[in-house]
Design a protein around this ligand. Structure first.
Ligand code: PHE
Length: 451
């Protein structure tokens, strides 16, 4: 069986594919709007702290589990533990993959449609565009189809090859747009917004937003990095590979900030526009630029590319489970899971034209899509990360996991001890507190303790 699973053709191939998973709508669509509504530079400082102190140590848990077991999240826990309730944590990851894919694919479909919209109907609003189900549903279907076709080709032929071509192209396109934005008169105010922190605006909500954004952006908490790590050879250095992935992802998020805010401030846009930020403000900005339609098209090609390498990883997690543990063929798995994600995502695609779907709300999130993102893209990832941290640190044992991290010239013994402290205590506790504050009762308990 083992030889049929596939393996990355090189460590660089893995880094590109994992960075491709991490880099997506999370960096280019979500990061700018969350940073914009949370005060800019101060949020960015917190976000960077979360990436370094919480997400990076946790990333090593997923990579160690994946490479050690050569399995998907369910199979990995089964192999390390032989069944029991911990298997449910892996199952949650598989389910989360399908559910995030379902609404993520809808937004990715809009990004894909905007490539053509920039030429055909540049002044149409996001509201009018997305409320047209005859546009939204086929675009969503096309995006899921593209994802299915890449994943169907398998690890090294499909995903690795796609990432190798697409990732460098993405970076190049972004640098082009940054250069354009920075040379506009008045751009320096946007730069200031990104680099001059005002910590007086920081609240517990800002910390929450920063941690949630860090998990989502790095594809952590649902076992995507267990699955991608499972295709890594023993000779690969997990410590440096993981660090590169985090560095690339964070770098692209910061570049996205520099791509958007200088131009936004130069042209008098509103940084607190929320989720529609890039879909509404940017086309308006592009409209005032020379060759605006072309620049807009380039931007949305870029966004679609980034989203595709992420949807590929979202699909790969459930697919690897069905291939490894249910003995389905890869072809059957991709079509069944892709089809399921499409069906689950239909309400998200129909939401802009349905007042009933828009009126759904839960704990501050509004609309079907917003509620799905809260449940799967936020709570489920945090719960999954906390439990997998505890699993690695205490159940599998940080020394066993550490031995895996030391293979391939990875971590030193001192490094493992340091990492073990974070994984056993710092990360789970911090995530727990953040989760607690998601709930009204938890907020009150926290407030009582913190005074
Ligand atoms: N990290 C991806 C992004 O930033 C989204 C994602 C989350 C992918 C979880 C896989 C798993 O767009």
């Amino acid at each position: 069986m083992q030889q049929n699973r596939g393996q990355w053709q090189s460590t660089a191939g893995f880094i590109l594919a994992a960075a491709g998973s991490a880099i997506g709508l999370g960096n280019i669509w979500r990061f700018p709007y969350v940073a914009g509504t949370n005060g800019g530079a101060a949020f960015i400082v917190l976000y960077l702290a979360c990436v370094l102190l919480i997400c990076l140590p946790y990333l090593y848990c997923e990579l160690a589990m994946g490479r050690h077991t050569k399995k998907n999240p369910v199979g990995a826990i089964l192999k390390l533990r032989g069944g029991g309730p911990w298997t449910l944590v892996g199952a949650l990851g598989v389910l989360t993959g399908v559910c995030i894919l379902s609404y993520y694919g809808v937004i990715a479909g809009w990004a894909f449609g905007y490539i053509f919209k920039s030429f055909l109907a540049p002044s149409m609003t996001l509201g009018d565009f997305s409320a047209n189900a005859l546009l939204g549903i086929p675009l969503f279907a096309i995006f899921i189809l593209m994802t299915v076709l890449v994943v169907a080709r398998g690890v090294e032929k499909g995903i690795e090859k796609a990432a190798r071509v697409l990732m460098p192209m993405l970076l190049l396109l972004m640098l082009l747009l940054i250069a354009r934005g920075l040379t506009l008169p008045g751009a320096s105010k946007g730069v200031e917004f990104l680099v001059k922190p005002d910590f007086s605006v920081v609240t517990m909500t800002t910390v929450l937003a920063a941690l949630g954004q860090a998990f989502f952006s790095l594809s952590l908490g649902m076992g995507a990095m267990i699955t991608y790590g499972s295709y890594l050879p023993k000779s690969a250095n997990l410590q440096t590979s993981g660090a590169w992935v985090a560095l690339f992802d964070t770098g692209i998020a910061l570049l996205a900030g520099f791509m958007i805010f200088p131009a936004l401030f130069a042209l008098g846009g509103n940084p607190t526009a929320g989720p529609p930020l890039i879909f509404e403000a940017l086309p308006a900005i592009f409209a005032q630029m020379p060759l605006g339609s072309l620049v807009a098209a380039i931007f949305f090609i870029l966004l679609s590319i980034a989203a595709l390498t992420s949807t590929v990883s979202l699909l790969e997690v459930p697919v690897s489970y069905f291939v490894d543990d249910r003995r389905w063929t890869r072809a059957k798995s991709v079509w069944v899971v892709g089809g399921a994600a499409f069906l689950i995502g239909l309400p998200a695609a129909l939401e802009p034209s349905s007042p009933a779907l828009q009126s759904i709300s839960l704990m501050g999130a509004t609309g079907f899509l917003g509620v799905m993102d809260l449940i799967w893209g936020n709570i489920s990832l945090a719960v999954g990360a906390m439990l997998l941290c505890i699993f690695t640190g205490w159940v599998w044992g940080f020394r066993n996991a550490g031995a895996e991290l030391r293979e391939g010239g990875g971590m030193t013994a001192a490094g493992v001890a340091f990492w073990g402290f974070f994984v056993r205590f710092v990360c789970p506790l911090f995530i727990f507190l953040v989760l607690l504050s998601l709930f009204p009762l938890g907020t009150r308990i926290l407030a009582a303790f913190l005074g």
